[in-house]
Design a protein around this ligand. Structure first.
Ligand SMILES: Cc1cc2nc3c(=O)[nH]c(=O)nc-3n(C[C@H](O)[C@H](O)[C@H](O)COP(=O)(O)OP(=O)(O)OC[C@H]3O[C@@H](n4cnc5c(N)ncnc54)[C@H](O)[C@@H]3O)c2cc1C
Length: 437
């Protein structure tokens, strides 16, 4: 009987054990994870912070679901991996051998390295424990500083604001998320933040977090300003958790390098989820995604191949439907303009693909509070941002992911045209006729 060991109780690991069990009723499956609160929705943490989602609703699996999987679970941190002996060390000394191993160890918030960053009121938002800690702090802290670009820092801003904390939001550049959003889009977000009463500080970074009797009481900015506050929230990006892979001398880059079957450089070790950096065999390119659905899909594909299958991971177009300062927003495919200078690494809930500036024409349409930007390639749409009204979110996801040939409407997509209506008609008519090429 083959023994499968999965390290990391996240969506990738859970998708993998579910798939393994569905394929092999008798295999020995062992999940090792250091998460003490079990399996829950990480994207849901932001909504828990704002009070919209109770903690109970974050829990995805019931006791019955776990029982039906019939696996062994070890709540432990894996401290060492010896690929020659096919052995893991759990905690101080417990040893566990495997036949096939999956590393689905996810990613963790990147720290900021300034004086005072080790004070207890300097927080990140990685997991449920962090959320509990932030919520506890909001009961006694009146003013907070949030630092970072991207989605997560904004979720921190909104979470703190919902709990009655006065928020100062520090941005390194001159506008919000400049490498993904264009000026109009950044200003839509900033406008809403200002309406909420958030204090925006552009071109501002923390030089030092100041403390008194072991607690945060102010920050000093790089411009020398002292701003009193009781906590500092850091959302400057995430880093892959590659410690075990590095120790085992597996090939790594920004994540654990895997081929299109999610196999690492070791024949018995696979990787999936945020930590897996999939190399495309044709282009040689690889991107890091920190997105829930791709993590789950990687977990399923890895499991099929661990079980002896021959399944390629088909990376879907990176998409996220999210809320930016109260504005429902869908981001699909390549929409950006290069490396994100506001972050030290890729942002949580996003994709490196978004940063790409495609070879395309950008067209925008603005109607009241609604906004859409299309990245139009030679024959296909390469990316899109939809803010506000989400009617076009699904049509655009389908047209972009399906690489639909838009030649028949290409000439109509001009500045000033009713872009939304043209695309909606095209999608509605073409869907039934199988326009996907
Ligand atoms: C606040 C927040 C908001 C988000 N918003 C969105 C969103 O809007 N949309 C979206 O698509 N995605 C979002 N994400 C990202 C999404 O949740 C992740 O892409 C996804 O959870 C990754 O799953 P994973 O299984 O790869 O890793 P994880 O969920 O990170 O799980 C990995 C697990 O492995 C454990 N582990 C690591 N090392 C070890 C070890 N040595 N021993 C034992 N256990 C170990 C970790 O503790 C963790 O429990 C968000 C994430 C957060 C935190």
């Amino acid at each position: 009987m083959r023994r499968y060991v999965i390290v990391g109780l996240g969506v990738a690991g859970v998708a993998a054990i579910s798939e393994l069990r569905a394929r092999d009723k008798s295999a020995e499956i062992i999940m090792v994870g250091d998460e003490k609160h079990g399996f829950y929705s990480r994207p849901g943490l932001a909504y828990h912070l704002t009070g919209e989602l109770p903690e109970k609703q974050l829990m995805i699996f019931s006791k019955k679901d776990w029982q039906s999987l019939n696996i062994r679970f070890a709540n432990a941190h894996v401290t060492s991996l010896d690929p020659h002996r096919h052995q893991l060390v759990l905690g101080a000394e417990d040893r566990l051998t495997y036949d096939r191993l999956l590393l689905s160890t996810g990613s963790t918030a990147a720290p900021i390295n300034v004086l005072g960053s080790n004070l207890p009121q300097v927080v990140k938002l990685d997991n449920l424990e962090d959320t509990r800690r932030i919520l506890a702090l909001t009961r006694r802290v009146k003013t907070a500083v949030v630092v970072g670009g991207g989605i997560l820092s904004l979720e921190l801003v909104e979470g703190l604001h919902s709990n009655g904390v006065s928020v100062h939001y520090f941005l390194r550049g001159g506008r919000y998320w400049p490498n993904i959003l264009d000026e109009i889009e950044s200003h839509m977000v900033e406008h809403n933040l200002e309406k909420m009463g958030i204090h925006l500080h552009f071109h501002t970074e923390i030089a030092e977090i100041m403390g008194q009797r072991g607690s945060v009481n102010a920050v000093r900015t790089t411009t020398g300003e002292i701003l009193p506050c009781g906590m500092v929230c850091v959302g400057v990006g995430v880093r892959s958790r590659m410690e075990l892979a590095k120790e085992a001398s597996l090939a790594v880059d920004k994540g654990i390098l895997v081929n299109d079957h999610l196999l690492t450089s070791n024949a018995d070790i696979f990787a999936a989820g945020d930590v897996a950096q999939v190399v495309d065999p044709v282009s040689g390119k690889s991107y890091i995604d920190t997105l829930w659905i791709p993590a789950r899909e990687k977990g399923v594909t890895a499991a099929i191949n661990m079980d002896g299958g021959n399944q390629k991971y088909n990376r879907t177009i990176a998409t996220n439907v999210l809320r930016l300062a109260g504005i429902m927003t869908t981001i699909i495919g390549a929409v950006g303009s290069g490396v994100d200078e506001d972050l030290v690494s890729v942002a949580r809930g996003s994709s490196e693909t978004w940063l790409q500036l495609p070879n395309s024409i950008a067209l925008e349409s603005n109607l009241d509070v609604n906004h859409m930007r299309l990245m139009i390639g030679e024959r296909t749409l390469l990316g899109a941002i939809v803010m506000g009204d989400q009617k076009l979110s699904i049509p655009l996801q389908e047209l972009i992911a399906g690489e639909t040939d838009i030649s028949s409407i290409r000439d109509q997509l001009q500045p000033g045209a009713a872009l939304g209506q043209i695309l909606m008609d095209f999608w509605a008519n073409g869907k039934g006729q199988g326009i996907k090429q």
